[in-house]
Ligand binder design. Sequence first.
Ligand SMILES: *Cc1c(COP(=O)(O)O)cnc(C)c1O
Length: 490
Amino acid sequence: MNFIETRGNDGQHPQSVTFSEAILSPIASFGGLYVPESLPTLGQEFLEKHLESNYKTMAKDMLTRFEIDIDESVIDEALALYDKFDDPKNPVPVVKVKEDLYVSELYHGPTRAFKDMALQPFGKVLSAIAQKRNENYLILAATSGDTGPAALETFKNRANVQVACLYPDGGTSDVQRLQMVTEDAENLKVIGIKGNFDDAQAALKKLLASQSFKAELKTKHISLSAANSVNFGRIIFQIIYHIHSYLELVRQEAITMGEKVNLNVPSANFGNLLGGYYALKMGLPVNKLISSSNENNLLMELINTGTYDLRGRKLQVTTSPAMDILKSSNIERVIFDLYGAQRTRELMADLDEKEVYTLTASELTKLQSLFSADQCEGEAGKAYIKSVYENDGYLMDPHTATSFKAYENMPKDGLKTIIYSTAEWTKFSPTIAEALTGEAGAKDIDALKTISEKANIAIPSMINGLFDKKITQDSVIEKEDIEKVILAFL
Ligand SMILES: *Cc1c(COP(=O)(O)O)cnc(C)c1O
């Protein structure tokens, strides 16, 4: 199957590209994104067939139906990476929390956040494509905390790929920083920037646009690529776990086959909920797709009012930092799917030029027939962490907590809801410890112990071990020196 462009074709780019091409060069005409020309229909036949299958078997069948240009052996190796998760047979446990509420835990991979779900197989696939073409790629990443560790983990020691990862020094949690600076593979470079996440991201954008940098890379026969979530190579792996979660509810006899459910996702760049949208389009029985935001609530405003308005908005630093974003990229793919390429181009041009776009009343009705949205601020999130722990015995992180608020605020429709949990408690322990004990300001190492004792759960070894691991990546530099440092690494 080929991939087409959300903003139409500019006569410079090809009319359509293969999956590999969409992965290597994810930006399409007019700054748009690639989307599948059509989606395979799965329907009840597929669900019945995989009721007894394990995750990998179902995933492989789904990927096969996409007819992507990736060798079968590569797909097998990519999916085998789910064997590194806590339970190889079921990498995504789905847990009952209330009579009508289930939590699908996406964080049982090597870096304890949901980024592993897509980045683990994606790293294998990208490296295999590069090897097959006999090309070398530099992956540039700027991270506020979760993408960096997951990208480093998946690309470490992979052939034909090097990674340079920028993080704001002092702007991540201790655990997130240690996950990055203790990576010792030779193809990885981790660079702390004196500044905040915006500075790191701006530095990255500058580098991506720098002609001198690209010329230098060319002399070294290296091309640039990105591993951020606009890459369809990540999105495709995020459809699978929505189907899996549905099947888990059938297996647990929470629903009967064909019964509709609500999917409720803590959203930022919207890759996770986009996967749910595609699953719905492919035939998964879904009633509503629910997006929860934190204080940075532009997605909620779009879904509730039809206007995406960046004017005068400043990024708020919150207790759910992986959701701190103003410009959410993947909503564009939904807009394309609902209103077509010409309209998408118009709306995205409005956003670029006027920092705002507004849907028509009928467009908004269409969006709201599928999506609902809510927001949850930090203090309310902490209250949910405490009350859900005390009343339901379920421990969750501050990102997941935003979806609990959305769940409570949605009109009761008698259907089961699946909340997607995007991080383990170990990654945001100071906030969780504060929620549970009322005491603020603990460092990660102490907060981990507090929660572990209070909730009587062990700290996973890959988190505990971080505090004793040797720091191998100690660059903390000024923004101006990034290009020089990366070129020296290459
Ligand atoms: C990346 C991330 C999100 C947001 O996911 P999107 O796919 O960008 O919407 C939410 N929570 C955590 C913990 C994350 O790491």
